[in-house]
Design a protein around this ligand. Structure first.
Ligand code: KG4
Ligand code: ZN
Length: 430
């Protein structure tokens, strides 16, 4: 143990094997991510058995690389943190078993971290690192990723009541995050009833013959189409009575009942997916999509790593308009409900995190809207938006300080929920 507050984070909940060393939840010494995209791409989505096998292969070299990159040894660590859920059971177990063995062998405390809390801490880590970096570099660094819409320096990332939109391939959740005696209290205030936003990006991309994961392809191609060409709309949920208090099932998890949630903060992305499918049928875009898939990914002459330019060359204006309109509609819906929740719950700022937070249109429009409404919004860097282990090590820091360690029989919880569900507000004297 170095006493420097060094935590090794391990993340294996889905299709990325990641390890990172973070000092006191505020300084990333290393962050290594081994992506399994190449393994799953040919199946158009994550295959759980393959994910577990790839994690088994990658975990030892990835942890070694993270220690080497940080310039530390196992003996320097003060704790080990691992994602315990939500996620794929077999994938989670690889990380948990390895972290447990390492903690036991080194006599170190083990800290269990909820993957969604990790995503929230990706933004907080980024914010904590800014003043550190400014001190180190002796100059003011660009505030490009954490965008400040209000004038003046940001206050401490750990004191503000925040509305967090966690938007990824498995989740579209709104949490009120409240700092409380050095740790954080989370209240689930909104969520998707069916598909996650990232899942919709992936399914639409697959339908159009684009690669996996779909988000980055849609993001890159959307700029070439007209976002207003296809007028997609979203249902507004009006009464709690429709929802029946059932726990909706989404890709990776079953989470808290939604009866307690304000219907204005509920999302649904299965409808737009079906609307895109109908549009594709109506405009006879299927043959073009199949030809695209073959030219870019499955055919004998498909390039090893197709570029955006190559993909663009296979898209006619109708397809590009459809892509742009789909993205515009999804981002618009995320924005509308997130800002409404932030205002209703009196949040001091908005945090947007998870893989979809890497989306360019999302970042631009959230930033413009935040400036218009006079509320601050922050995003992680692109590398911290998608799955990584630095966010897990950062989320573990307050638990380390509070002495909240995992029991020896810690196991994977594929549907682990974060915080309690409720309409808020949870504003209270801290
Ligand atoms: O957070 P993440 O790496 O893994 C999960 O926890 O799910 O998120 C992956 C998701 C995928 O659905 C992917 O298509 C989406 O994030 N994604 C994006 C972009 N980059 C990744 N969606 C929209 N635009 C992007 N630039
Ligand atoms: Zn994630």
């Amino acid at each position: 143990m170095s006493g420097r507050g060094l935590i090794l984070g391990i993340e294996s909940s889905c299709d990325e094997t990641a390890a990172a060393v973070v000092e006191r939840g505020a300084r990333t010494l290393s962050s290594v991510v081994a992506s399994q995209i190449a393994t799953h791409a040919k199946y158009g989505g994550v295959v759980p058995e393959l994910a577990s096998r790839e994690h088994l292969r990658a975990i030892v070299p990835v942890v070694r690389a993270s220690l080497a990159e940080a310039g530390v040894t196992l003996g320097d660590l003060d704790a080990i943190a691992v994602t315990s859920g939500p996620g794929l059971a077999g994938a989670l177990l690889v990380g948990i078993t390895y972290a447990k063995a390492l903690a036991f062998a080194q006599g170190l405390p083990l800290i269990a971290v909820n993957h969604l809390e990790g995503h929230i801490h990706a933004v907080l880590l980024q914010e904590r690192e800014l003043p550190e970096r400014e001190k180190r570099d002796g100059s003011s660094i660009q505030f490009s990723q954490v965008s400040e819409s209000r004038p003046g320096a940001p206050s401490s990332p750990d004191t503000e009541l925040s509305l967090a939109l966690v938007v990824s391939g498995g989740h579209t959740h709104l949490y009120l995050a409240q700092p409380l005696n050095g740790t954080w209290k989370y209240t689930l205030v909104g969520r998707t009833l069916d598909d996650a936003a990232g899942e919709a990006f992936d399914k639409v991309a697959k339908l159009l013959g684009l690669g996996y994961p779909g988000g980055p392809w849609i993001d890159a191609l959307a700029r070439f189409g007209d976002p207003r060409a296809v007028p997609f709309s979203f249902a507004q949920f009006k009464a709690k009575v429709h929802l029946g208090g059932k726990a909706p099932r989404t890709k990776g998890s079953v989470t808290a009942p939604i009866a307690a949630l304000d219907p204005h903060f509920l999302f649904s992305f299965s409808g737009i997916k079906t609307a895109v499918l109908r549009y594709v049928e109506l405009h006879h875009l299927r043959p073009e999509a199949e030809a695209r898939r073959e030219a870019l990914f499955t055919g004998p002459d498909a390039p090893a790593r197709p570029t955006i330019e190559e993909a663009l060359a296979t898209c006619d204006p109708t397809t590009l308009d459809l892509i742009a309109s789909f993205q515009h509609a999804v981002v618009g819906d995320l924005m509308k409900k997130t800002f409404a929740a932030a205002e209703a719950l009196d949040a001091e700022r908005i945090l947007v995190t998870g893989g979809v937070a890497a989306n360019r249109e999302l970042r631009e429009r959230f930033t413009v809207e935040a400036a218009r409404r006079g509320i601050r919004v922050a995003f992680p860097t692109l590398a911290l938006s998608t799955d990584n282990a630095a966010m897990i090590a950062a989320a573990a820091w307050p638990r380390f300080v509070a002495g909240e360690f995992a029991p020896p029989d810690l196991t994977a919880d594929p549907s682990l929920a974060l915080g309690c569900a409720g309409a808020g507000p949870v504003r209270a004297a801290t």
